[in-house]
Design a protein around this ligand. Structure first.
Ligand SMILES: *[C@@H]1O[C@H](CO)[C@@H](O)[C@H](O)[C@H]1NC(C)=O
Ligand SMILES: *[C@@H]1O[C@H](CO)[C@@H](O)[C@H](O)[C@H]1NC(C)=O
Ligand SMILES: *[C@@H]1O[C@H](CO)[C@@H](O)[C@H](O)[C@H]1NC(C)=O
Ligand SMILES: *[C@@H]1O[C@H](CO)[C@@H](O)[C@H](O)[C@H]1NC(C)=O
Ligand SMILES: *[C@@H]1O[C@H](CO)[C@@H](O)[C@H](O)[C@H]1NC(C)=O
Ligand SMILES: *[C@@H]1O[C@H](CO)[C@@H](O)[C@H](O)[C@H]1NC(C)=O
Ligand SMILES: *[C@@H]1O[C@H](CO)[C@@H](O)[C@H](O)[C@H]1NC(C)=O
Ligand SMILES: *[C@@H]1O[C@H](CO)[C@@H](O)[C@H](O)[C@H]1NC(C)=O
Ligand SMILES: *[C@@H]1O[C@H](CO)[C@@H](O)[C@H](O)[C@H]1NC(C)=O
Ligand SMILES: *[C@@H]1O[C@H](CO)[C@@H](O)[C@H](O)[C@H]1NC(C)=O
Ligand SMILES: *[C@@H]1O[C@H](CO)[C@@H](O)[C@H](O)[C@H]1NC(C)=O
Ligand SMILES: *[C@@H]1O[C@H](CO)[C@@H](O)[C@H](O)[C@H]1NC(C)=O
Length: 744
């Protein structure tokens, strides 16, 4: 028994002594031997480890058939170009680069890679093409990437790389394409980049590179495209740039470059696109421009160039985009600008150009954008530019252009925008302008009536600031007497334009719908500001809810100047000094859904109306806890009250009375004939006629006013204050019908 046990123990010892070490040894031999035996196995193993193809491992036996993989005849991987559906996330670091000695092409663009570029990439000694663009790669560019001596294409664009461009880049002297654009790279351009004399395309745009543009660039004579835009490069453009005479594309825009454009740029006679915009360049436009005969785009905008437009410019007959806006360019536009027959965009705005628009411009038959605004251009608008059918935008605003508007400017079926504001144009407005997408003729000296078709097509802002223009009654009524306009507060009124009638409307709405009991003014809590109360509030930004509340101390009773059935009228002096009347509904009535609905609906419709003899609405607040209108303050109150006060009634002599009647007649005429749809007030009483300090009359209280559209006019229900009901209503016809017929 003991012996047998001892025998067993001996066997156990043998086992420990012999078998286990042997197993260890064989494992060690196996793992040592594998790389020697097969680089292919190492590749296979590394692919498994990467987990990039984990979906395919079980279905597709041969790794050379996995998507995006190309092998050479020996079965070693040469190209990896993943299909887009494979997203890598943070798995770039799992890839063992040292196992792929034959890889020449690695394209991982747009595979959602996060994290930084792992060290080890430099072991891909045969790599010629590396594209890691459009990922979320952060961190710095690893220093060993510059071991990739065979690299021809390096694309790291659209990542979040930071730090500077390593000087080791100078070792990649086979590089033809280099893009590091759209990263956060900083520091200056490494001098060594000048050694890479096979480079054809360098794109470093949209980084934070600083320092100067190197004169060392001049060795890159094969360069066809150089894009350093949107960095923080400073200093001047080196004259050596003129040696890069294969350049086709040169963009240095959005930097801090100063000094003048070097003469030598004129040697780049293959250049097609030259964008030096948004720098601080001074001096001349470009002498020796005439050698750049292939130029299709010249963008010098937003610099400080002070020069005349060189005559040579018109020899660049291939030009499609000529943008020299935002400079200090003076003198005249070359008379033969029409030679630029291919031009599409001509932008010379915000300069100091004088003289006239050359008539030859009508030869630029491809012109789409003509922007000459903010200059000192004089003369007339050449009528033939209207015939350029491709023109979509004509902006000649802020000049001193005179004469009449050629009717041809509107004779297109295209969606054209015509902006002629702030000039000295005279004459009447041609009705041909009706087809435009946008029209701005404001601040000129146009006269006569705005053609009705135009009134229907464009907002009144298009015509304001023309003293002798009428038609839109809130500019100048065609019917009202000119002396009244003399003492109105013109500028702010024009700005306030759309809101006036609404307040009157609002107030009368409550009168109509709630012959309700009085209620004292309640304070409005400030948190209501965040509601949707300011529906069309504050048209010009000059009135703020806060100001109203402060001016009335939360609608304190001491500011109350009148009380009605369901609301009160307050007088408020705004911080600007303007005095306004506030008509505020009692909270109870403001909660009535019927009143609210009518309020909102009518507010929406009436905000576009403005007339000298209709009380002006500056703003309103539509919130179920606070409904009020901000109205023009009419110092003398209602005609009804005046006529009942013996002293005031005597003061109101016949001339004034006639003027009041005329004013109200004008306002009614406006409501009935000029508004589309027409509006009938339905309650014209002396109580609703208010007088200002000059005894000019304004119609107010549009609460029960009605909109009539051409499809719905019909006999209306009787409404209004008895004794004042419009005769037309009593006779069962509506007095807008005839005029409406004309327009339907
Ligand atoms: C990559 O592979 C090499 C050779 O097979 C090996 O020595 C190295 O440890 C591997 N690296 C990683 C991070 O797996
Ligand atoms: C592999 O990459 C090389 C170098 O980028 C390229 O010329 C070749 O067309 C690629 N082959 C395939 C099959 O994608
Ligand atoms: C470099 O990457 C950008 C962004 O993905 C891409 O638009 C560009 O075509 C790429 N360049 C080359 C040569 O592949
Ligand atoms: C890079 O991004 C990863 C997340 O994707 C983050 O954890 C890491 O801190 C970032 N590294 C740097 C240097 O910003
Ligand atoms: C570049 O940015 C890094 C942070 O990304 C910062 O540490 C470094 O100081 C910057 N270098 C320069 C020259 O601005
Ligand atoms: C430019 O190239 C010449 C010859 O190819 C070389 O001698 C010179 O050092 C290079 N200059 C720069 C700045 O790389
Ligand atoms: C250009 O800017 C640099 C600083 O960025 C300044 O030293 C130099 O004097 C400026 N040159 C001119 C001509 O303004
Ligand atoms: C214009 O180009 C011609 C040859 O293409 C050259 O002889 C001439 O010097 C150039 N002129 C300027 C001002 O660069
Ligand atoms: C010209 O430059 C300005 C400013 O950099 C830019 O806004 C504009 O788009 C450029 N125009 C064209 C046609 O590229
Ligand atoms: C306003 O009227 C006065 C005289 O009533 C006149 O002298 C002045 O020129 C007028 N102003 C304008 C802008 O019409
Ligand atoms: C006009 O009024 C009559 C009677 O109220 C009505 O029957 C008819 O439908 C109305 N027509 C229109 C177009 O509203
Ligand atoms: C015109 O009146 C009809 C009938 O009352 C109505 O259905 C239509 O919505 C109204 N149109 C407008 C633009 O108000």
């Amino acid at each position: 028994m003991a012996l047998s046990i001892s025998n067993d123990m001996v066997a156990g010892v043998w086992y420990i002594v012999l078998v286990i070490p042997w197993t260890f040894l064989s494992i060690a031999i196996a793992s040592d031997a594998a790389p020697k035996l097969s680089a292919l196995d190492a590749e296979a193993h590394a692919l498994l480890e990467s987990e990039w193809w984990s979906d395919y491992i079980n279905h597709v036996p041969s790794r050379c058939q996995w998507p995006g993989i190309v092998c050479n005849n020996a079965g070693s991987i040469t190209n990896i170009s993943l299909p887009t559906e494979l997203q890598l996330g943070n798995k770039l670091g799992r890839f063992n680069f040292s196992c792929f000695p034959n890889l020449v092409h690695l394209n991982l663009a747009a595979h959602g890679i996060t994290g930084s570029i792992p060290y080890g990439l430099g072991t891909l000694s045969k790599l010629t093409h590396l594209d890691l663009s459009s990922n979320d790669i952060n961190g710095t560019i690893p220093s060993d990437i510059w071991h990739l001596r065979n690299l021809v294409t390096l694309n790291l664009s659209r990542n979040k790389l930071s730090g500077s461009i390593p000087m080791g880049i100078g070792l990649l002297n086979n590089l033809v394409y280099l893009s590091l654009s759209w990263n956060n790279l900083n520091g200056s351009l490494p001098l060594e980049i000048g050694n890479l004399n096979n480079l054809q395309i360098v794109d470093l745009n949209t980084n934070s590179l600083t320092g100067e543009i190197l004169s060392a660039l001049h060795n890159l004579t094969k360069l066809t495209e150089l894009n350093l835009a949107r960095n923080m490069l400073s200093g001047s453009i080196p004259m050596e740039i003129g040696l890069l005479n294969n350049l086709i594309y040169l963009s240095l825009s959005w930097n801090n470059l100063n000094g003048s454009i070097p003469l030598e740029v004129g040697n780049l006679n293959n250049l097609q696109i030259l964008d030096l915009s948004t720098n601080s360049l001074t001096g001349e436009i470009l002498s020796a421009l005439h050698n750049l005969t292939k130029l299709t785009e010249l963008n010098l905008s937003s610099n400080e160039i002070s020069d005349m437009i060189p005559q040579e410019l018109t020899q660049l007959t291939q030009l499609k985009n000529l943008i020299i806006s935002d400079n200090k360019i003076f003198g005249e536009i070359p008379a033969d600008i029409g030679k630029l027959s291919k031009i599409i965009v001509l932008d010379m705005s915000r300069n100091m150009l004088t003289g006239e628009i050359p008539a030859s411009i009508s030869s630029c038959s491809n012109l789409q954008l003509l922007i000459l605004s903010n200059n000192k251009i004089t003369g007339n608008i050449p009528s033939h530019i209207g015939n350029l059918v491709s023109l979509v935008l004509i902006d000649l605003s802020h000049n001193s252009i005179r004469g009449e508007i050629p009717y041809q400017l509107g004779s297109v079926k295209y969606t054209r925008m015509l902006i002629l504001s702030y000039n000295e144009l005279t004459g009447t407005i041609p009705s041909s302008l009706v087809l435009l997408k946008k029209l701005d003729l404001s601040y000129n000296s146009l006269e006569g009536e705005v053609p009705v078709a135009l009134q229907n097509s464009y907002p009144p802002d298009s015509f304001i600031g023309n003293d002798n223009l009428c038609g839109y009654t809130y500019i100048h009524s065609c019917y009202s007497s000119p002396q009244i306009s003399n003492n109105t507060d013109n500028t702010p009124m024009k700005i306030f334009l759309p809101l006036n009638v609404l307040l009157a409307l609002l107030f009368s709405v409550y009168v109509f719908f709630c012959w309700c009991k009085g209620e004292s003014c309640k304070s409005v809590s400030k948190e209501t500001r965040d509601g949707d109360m300011f529906s069309i509030w504050n048209y010009d930004g000059k009135i703020a809810y806060k100001d109203i509340i402060e001016a009335t101390e939360g609608f304190d009773i001491k500011y109350c100047i009148g009380a009605g059935g369901c609301g009160n009228v307050y007088k408020a002096q705004l911080p600007s000094g303007r005095v306004v009347a506030l008509k505020k509904l009692h909270n109870l009535e403001a909660n009535e859904p019927v009143i609210q609905k009518i309020f909102r609906n009518e507010v929406k419709l009436l905000t576009k109306i403005r007339h000298r003899n209709i009380v002006k609405l500056y703003g309103f607040c539509l919130h179920n806890r606070c409904m009020f209108l901000v109205l023009e303050f009419m110092e003398r109150g209602s005609l009804y009250c005046i006529l009942r006060n013996d002293i005031e009634a005597v003061e109101l002599d016949w001339t004034k009375r006639v003027n009041i009647v005329k004013g109200i007649a004008h306002s009614l005429s406006y409501l009935h004939h000029d508004c589309r749809p027409s509006i009938i007030h339905r309650d014209v009483t002396t109580k609703n006629v208010l007088l200002n300090i000059e005894s000019e009359a304004c119609l107010s209280d549009f609460g029960i006013a009605r909109l009539l559209n051409s499809s719905s006019f019909n006999r209306t229900v009787l409404a209004g204050t008895y004794g004042y009901i419009a005769p037309g209503q009593l006779f069962g016809c509506v007095n807008v019908m005839r005029k409406n017929d004309l327009f339907s």
